[in-house]
Design a protein around this ligand. Structure first.
Ligand SMILES: NC(=O)c1ccc[n+]([C@@H]2O[C@H](COP(=O)([O-])OP(=O)(O)OC[C@H]3O[C@@H](n4cnc5c(N)ncnc54)[C@H](OP(=O)(O)O)[C@@H]3O)[C@@H](O)[C@H]2O)c1
Length: 250
């Protein structure tokens, strides 16, 4: 597959998506997006789970100029949030969010992913990117053991969402820090990410840069086991620090 990398954030992003589509025959990203020139209109991004972390991340993508659907099983509860964020933000049900997003973030209690997979894994598998922000709760021994048995949170999510182009990201950056950390002065905050699909990784990396962070690919989904709170990668580090921590993990 030819992968023309263009040294321009938006252009690189769209070219990367086009490469991903061509190579993977992933049909979900509409012709609308592929037809856009560099610097063209924004993507549709959905968040399944628009609580503390999903709401904060979604707000950053709105600020970056994307259309974001914040979803809930009780969409009326999110009206205040989207009213504050303006016309690029909208509310939907979970089903509407799955339909709407070119890119879908999953930011829910980890135990909820199983049902989301049962209901939507076919649709999610058609997205070019599913960003998995969810973590098993350390105080829920049963899910922690099950996730460990699968090889960690990345591989476990892939079991729940077979066929999805999953990238784990933002798993251990506190929601309350996201807004201030984005585009911070000096060295940016590094966001360690893990995924098996190179194009999904490229798209995630571009989106992460757009909202003012520095993506660092730490490996495939198997490395997602380190992308949970409480590991050395948790919290805020520069990209160089993330790379050093990953070297020390091996
Ligand atoms: N909080 C943080 O700083 C932080 C940082 C990094 C990662 N995370 C991870 O992000 C995830 C969410 O954490 P949070 O703090 O944002 O939690 P939260 O504020 O409680 O929000 C959870 C969201 O999940 C949705 N949800 C729950 N069950 C669902 C289901 N069965 N189907 C669809 N949506 C469902 C809820 O939507 P409804 O309106 O439908 O109830 C709610 O919007 C967790 O896995 C957490 O480990 C959190």
């Amino acid at each position: 597959m030819t992968h023309h990398r263009v040294k321009n954030g938006r252009r690189e992003f769209l070219v990367t998506i086009a490469g991903g589509i061509a190579g993977l025959a992933v049909g979900s990203l509409s012709a609308r997006v592929l037809a856009q020139p560099a610097g063209g209109p924004p993507l549709n991004i959905s968040t399944i789970g628009a609580g503390r972390e999903g709401g904060a991340l979604g707000a950053l993508f709105v600020k970056a100029g994307h259309r974001v659907m914040f979803s809930s099983r009780h969409p009326d509860t999110l009206k205040g949030l989207v009213d504050e964020l303006g016309p690029l933000a909208r509310v939907g049900t979970v089903a509407e969010a799955v339909e709407f997003g070119d890119v879908v973030m999953v930011v829910v209690p980890y135990t909820a992913i199983e049902q989301i997979g049962k209901d939507y894994s076919n649709a999610l598998a058609k997205k070019v990117l599913v960003i998995d922000v969810s973590n098993p709760r350390r105080d829920d021994a049963e899910i922690v053991k099950w996730v460990d048995d699968q090889g960690g949170a990345g591989l476990a999510t892939a079991k729940f969402l077979p066929g999805s182009h999953i990238v784990r990201a933002f798993n251990a950056i506190n929601y309350a820090k996201l807004s201030a950390d984005a585009h911070r002065q000096g060295e940016l905050v590094g966001v360690p990410i893990a995924g098996d699909d190179p194009h999904a990784i490229d798209i995630a990396s571009s989106l992460i840069r757009e909202i003012g962070f520095d993506p660092v690919v730490i490996g495939g989904l198997a490395m997602g086991k380190y992308l949970v709170p409480g590991t050395p990668l948790g919290g805020e580090h520069t990209a160089a620090e993330v790379r050093q921590i990953v070297t020390d993990l091996h």
